[in-house]
Design a protein around this ligand. Sequence first.
Ligand code: AMP
Ligand code: ZN
Length: 458
Amino acid sequence: MLKIYNSLAREKQEFVPIEPGKVRMYVCGMTVYDYFHIGNARTLTVFDMVYRWLKVVGYDVKFVRNITDVDDKIIERANRNGETIAQLTERMIAALHEDGERLGILLPTVEPRATRHIDNMLSLIGQLVEKGKAYPADNGDVYYAVREFPGYGRLSGKSIDDLRSGERVAVDQHKRDPLDFVLWKAAKPNEPHWCSCYGEGRPGWHIECSAMSRAELGDTIDIHGGGWDLQFPHHENEIAQSEGASDKPFVNYWMHAAFLNMDSQKMSKSLGNVFTTREILAKLDPVQGGEVVRYFLLRGHYRSEINYTWDTLQDARASLLAIYTALRDVPPAEVALDWSNPFAARFKAAMDDDFGTPQAVAVLHELRGEVQRTRSAELAGVMKALGGCIGLLQADPAAFVQGAAQGDDAVEIDAMVVARNAAKKARNFAEADRLRDELKARGIVLEDGAQGTTWRRA
Ligand code: AMP
Ligand code: ZN
């Protein structure tokens, strides 16, 4: 039985879907004004892992992850770059898919874009206005009246009055209450806008998710996810909008991924420590990099903060290479996963306990030890299949361990390895050792195995 920590209930609960065998899951996606950073990569990877595991245990999952393709940051960046909003967002969506694929992040079932759901947002706003939960202000904006929604603050565990004093919300003469938030923004000159009965304008950020979630998944969904920072105000506001309109519960299980920090500091533009996933991948071996980052991100539990440093990433690489080396040395048999296998059973128990990836990865390492000891192709097959449940270990092991030819010296290195083997065979050990030392000096490690000698960069 799968258990999930529900941020709203503040405890682990048994997962019972609305409809047996089916899961409706919504995750707040990216605002596409730039390449996604390594913190975004964490949240994307965590929910990819959740999506994969739900499928592994047999659910038919409809996974919706939205794209925010209109917002202040996008407008500002497009203007600064001298390109249109569509040019910028199309470019960034393509990059999101490209970089995501390198990390093994599957496409969601549906990837709705905000700009294609404006009608749904306006009809939701209309319903809220009709029910007295939202009001058009005299500046052309439409606001949500938080005092009209009794459950406001439940997710973040705060009352409206705590929130008011804690958040130091700016006083705005157009709002009835400083915590009221915008559903529809009146158009400013030179900004994208749409026609509505409130005048020309564009949607606020929060209404997007309520409208797209309802359009794709209905009024009540099983799981809603996002980064930890989105609990307040974004998810609190989504609840107020969705439940305010439907009078039904919006989400049964709220899941929040903890943050990734940089060298123990918060990632922020002002500290200059924001790295895009693309930049980090460019520094890593092209064959190994994507999976190294994924492994690094999943080896911590999704509700614990993780710390990114170059050293921790290199440590993750060494750890993943150790598993791939075992798969290279003991080619895995094709196996169908049998959960009664003791390793598989422990892996599943870890994952079923609120997606315990650290324990699941520890099981992979135990298996690695067993594979090396017993040289069992069957066990190697179990290891590969278990890794596959969370999007790991599916690459060709020999190619992975060797890595890509990063420089243009790969041909030369191959030739030296061949020459060294020939020397060894001819019992010219002095020459064989000389070549091995020369390769070592160039940072090349030789590995003699059953299938001959392979090499990798140290
Ligand atoms: P944004 O584009 O800022 O709305 O972020 C997209 C997603 O990435 C949201 O789910 C955020 O919660 C998440 N996110 C942003 N920064 C980090 C971080 N440092 N660590 C983990 N997740 C993050
Ligand atoms: Zn959202």
